[in-house]
Design a protein around this ligand. Structure first.
Ligand code: UT7
Length: 327
């Protein structure tokens, strides 16, 4: 073995979210619009999925363009300049451009010079994975200010007349700026996956669309995810009763409500606010958590400093959750 010693920069105590932003495309598609092109109806969708309408990207909206708008808003919210950002991480599973990857395009669009940049695909759990990656990079001393983006154009990978998927999936982007902090503002991540269900949500080939074994995923989400959320709270050294706001991936309103109910039964405050953004945003995969949180904040339903519990889950099947303070 070589006798030389590898040195490593000093680690930092923690990181915190200092800004949020989101973008929902202009076009709104209602359940009645969908019922004109497939056999479905507003009553079924509202009662089984909880969606009233969703935002759908136009030709001009790409994963990179939507992510750049959300990222720019998060930067402004943080009061930082593009030159302050040293790392860009984009969570997406629907990019139209494998190469160049999306984060480098977003850096170019926002005039962020020479950042560390990478895309990350953990499907609908992607935002929580990317937030953890940002926190880890900052605490390891590899980054100081990270732009984390979740951006998805799910409709580009969805059969527009498949009633099992087209009623659920939508488009949009959400972003957070994560900065070094003496006091940790983001707790440890609880992450994992169930590789035995790897094919439960899939795209078979380049020109194919999403296929989802809806009932199997529904059963998994309503049984496996509440324990992940509880683990994230424990890892942060908190009690469930400390949680002010629950922001789960917006997969299906019945799943959101089932997770919330299980957390309350385990000790969470029944008054804990629960994100139900799916009603007007649909399921936007890795973008759903930052979109939901930013919209709650804009509506005054969550305040700076409050404790947020986020948990993402989806294709893989993969999950991740952590606790953080709202900026
Ligand atoms: O974000 C990634 C993770 N994904 C998820 O978490 C999705 C989890 N799964 C789900 O949210 C639900 O399983 C779906 C929303 C996908 C489907 O809802 P479901 O309650 O599981 O419906 P189902 O597939 O069991 O179908 C129930 C009935 C069937 O009719 P019969 O056989 O009982 O007569 C379907 O043919 O509802 C019918 N159906 C519909 N009817 C009107 C299925 N889809 C529709 C539809 N409109 N869009």
């Amino acid at each position: 073995m070589s006798a030389v010693q590898i040195s490593h920069p000093a680690t930092r105590n923690g990181s915190k979210i200092v800004g949020l932003g989101h973008f929902r495309p202009e076009q709104i598609v209602t359940n009645d619009d969908l019922s004109k092109i497939m056999e479905t109806n507003d009553e079924w969708i509202q009662s089984r999925v909880g969606i009233a309408e969703r935002h759908v990207a136009g030709d001009q909206d790409t994963v990179a363009s939507m992510g750049a708008i959300a990222g720019g808003k998060a930067l402004a919210d943080a009061g930082l300049e593009p030159s302050d950002i040293d790392t860009v991480i984009v969570a997406t599973c629907t990019t139209e451009s494998q190469v160049p990857h999306t984060s480098t395009q977003i850096a170019l669009a926002l005039d962020i010079s020479a950042p560390g940049s990478f895309d990350l695909n953990a499907a609908c759990a992607g935002f929580c994975y990317a937030l953890a990656a940002a926190d880890h990079a900052i605490r390891a001393g590899s980054a100081r200010n990270v732009l984390v983006v979740g951006s998805e154009k799910l409709t580009a990978w969805t059969d527009p007349v498949d009633r099992a998927t087209a009623i659920i999936f939508a488009d949009g982007a959400g972003a957070a700026v994560v900065s070094a902090s003496d006091e940790p503002g983001i707790g440890p991540v609880a992450w994992g996956s169930d590789e035995h269900q790897t094919r439960a949500i899939r795209i078979e080939s380049r020109d194919a669309s999403f296929i989802q074994e809806g009932q199997a995923v529904f059963r998994w989400a309503t049984t496996a995810i509440a324990p992940v959320a509880i683990r994230a709270v424990e890892l942060a050294g908190l009690q469930l009763s400390d949680i002010d706001v629950l922001v789960t991936h917006q997969a299906n309103l019945r799943i959101v409500e089932s997770i919330a109910k299980k957390l309350v039964a385990a000790g969470a405050n029944p008054q804990m606010r629960v994100a139900k953004d799916i009603v007007t945003s649909g399921n936007t995969s890795s973008a759903s958590i930052p979109i939901a949180l930013d919209r709650m904040r804009q509506a005054g339903h969550v305040s700076p400093g409050e404790i947020v519990l986020a948990v993402g889950f989806g294709a893989g099947l993969t999950y991740a959750g952590q606790v953080f303070r709202c900026p």
